[in-house]
Write a protein that binds this ligand. Structure first.
Ligand code: HEC
Length: 477
């Protein structure tokens, strides 16, 4: 990656000027004691790992958190936002509750209790700079940092749209983008981002204000073929793009097909005005598994949610929604993606097997940030057929939740943003008996004793069956 000079603009100059006074005062204070929390030693590494992906000059966030001068004025605000942990407004926006359920996710930027404590202590002790020699090497931001998962193999661009400063929402079909592929390729990750002419500065402080594409559902099709191409092999519809959503990573056993001669069909997009005339388009970035790769797991059709029994009462916290489904096949959950609308504040997913009820995860929900959670391969729920999966949505229409436009109104289910949805948009794969046993055998190896258990694997301690692989049989020793 080549480094590139960055101009911070007028705002940056003013900010730097106002901080210099503070920095001048700090320079006269004694060097921090070894137990103190300093920017150079303690805070900079946290920012590099969990914040700068968005908080750099060209990033999606309203301010850069790279240099000491840039970060220092935000100390109190950083303390407040990081302390929210999994609740609406938390930074980084990753809302998994750490006190319950599975804790291993891909590309997880969340802070540990210790790190949250350090940010707080640093803010409370006046934000000392510390010894510059302790600073980690600065990350370099150039064009390549725009994809959170690294350089893609294929980038497809939609046509530009211009959205007026004020206008009605627009729903529609945004046409086809030919992939240009002459051979079938299997996708290991896909990331969608909006590129537009909105300035990357403090003048736009909300996520919605920085974009015009509210969402886009799309699929890959081969023109002339009736059904979506490769729907059975993992192609067909792709995970939805939504504002603030993070990238999809498909596990090695379940890559998705992007077929030869296919096009992306951007068949249902939603544009909204954001107060300034905006020109923008979407970019779809794919990374591929090597040529010759074939997936071994089938995509599952499990959908969990309920669009009918949604009854959102005015001015009431602690409202709950419930949905259930019985798994017809052994199923491995790849992602969990809570989808609610403005009143939503939390969602939990449970697995009920016999008399055991396991809470797989509870996550906070902030309708400004549509997040999905991609399980690590060795922690993803491994549920036997017959498991009852139970989804619970939590709603708050009191003043404590600022997202509903008019919480005094009753609201039901529906497709409009003022109506409500309650779905797990995450995806899963089905496993044959052999695949299921082999996956459980791998899990058992990670379990230390009979007192250990694997959340999300209710049969991990069941006696291995006759079809189990030899490695399974060796576990008892
Ligand atoms: C995925 C991108 C992303 C990541 C990662 C991220 N932020 Fe943010 N941050 C934003 C955006 C966008 C906003 C403005 C909208 C909002 O407040 O939700 C914001 C707002 C903030 C604010 C409030 C700014 C204000 O105007 O009051 C603070 C403070 C903050 N972030 C700190 C952090 C810290 C500290 C981290 C890492 C521990 C972090 N952020 C990680 C994107 C991000």
């Amino acid at each position: 990656m080549a480094s590139r000079p960055r101009s911070s603009g007028l705002f940056g100059v003013l900010l730097a000027a106002s901080v210099m006074t503070t920095a001048g005062t700090i320079a006269q204070t004694p060097a921090p004691a070894s137990g103190d929390v300093t920017f150079a030693r303690d805070i900079a590494p946290i920012l590099q790992r969990s914040c700068q992906e968005c908080h750099h000059a060209e990033g999606v966030a309203p301010m850069s958190l790279v240099t000491y001068e840039e970060v220092r004025p935000w100390a109190k605000s950083m303390k407040m936002r990081t302390a929210l942990r999994s609740q609406r407004g938390a930074m980084p926006p990753f809302f998994v509750e750490k006190t319950i359920g599975i804790q291993k996710f891909k590309h997880d930027p969340s802070l540990s209790d210790e790190e949250i404590g350090k940010v707080a202590k640093w803010a409370d002790s006046g934000g000392p700079r510390g010894n510059p020699a302790d600073m980690p090497k600065a990350l370099e931001f150039d064009g390549s940092d725009k994809w959170t998962l690294g350089e893609p193999d294929l980038i497809l661009k939609s046509k530009d749209v211009t959205v007026p400063a004020i206008g009605p929402d627009h729903w529609g079909d945004f046409g086809l983008i030919p992939t240009g592929l002459n051979e079938d390729r299997y996708v290991s990750s896909v990331e969608v981002r909006e590129v537009n002419d909105i300035p990357h500065d403090k003048s736009v402080a909300t996520v919605g204000g920085r974009y015009v594409f509210h969402h886009m559902t799309y699929e890959s099709i081969v023109e002339g073929e009736r059904a979506s191409s490769g729907a059975n092999e993992g192609g067909g519809s792709w995970p939805i793009h939504e504002v603030g959503r993070n990238a999809d990573i498909f596990p090695p056993e379940a890559g998705r097909l992007l077929a030869a001669h296919s096009s992306l069909s951007l068949n249902a997009g939603h544009l909204h005005s954001n107060g300034r005339e905006t020109k923008g388009h979407l970019e779809f970035a794919f990374t591929f598994f090597p040529r010759g790769y074939k997936p071994i797991y089938k995509r599952s059709g499990v959908r969990l949610g309920d669009g009918i029994n949604i009854d959102v009462r005015p001015n009431e916290s602690g409202q709950e929604l419930h949905a259930y489904s019985v798994l017809q096949e052994h199923t491995k959950y790849i992602t969990f993606e809570p989808h609610l609308h403005a009143p939503g504040v939390r969602m939990c997913l449970e697995a009920i097997w016999g008399h055991n009820i396991q809470t797989l995860n509870c996550v906070g929900y902030d309708h400004n940030w549509v997040k999905q959670y991609v399980y690590e391969d060795d922690a993803a729920p491994l549920l036997p057929k017959g498991t009852i999966v139970h989804l619970i949505g939590f709603l708050d229409t009191t003043a404590a939740n600022k997202n509903p436009v008019d919480p005094r109104n009753w609201a039901g289910g529906g497709r409009r943003s003022v109506a409500n949805m309650f779905i797990d948009l995450g995806y899963s794969v089905t496993l044959t008996e052999d695949q299921f046993q082999a996956e459980m055998a791998k899990r058992r190896k990670n379990m230390k004793s009979r007192n250990d258990y694997d959340i999300g694997c209710p049969l991990c301690w069941a006696p291995p069956t006759a079809t189990a692989t030899p490695s399974t049989a060796a576990v008892g020793k």
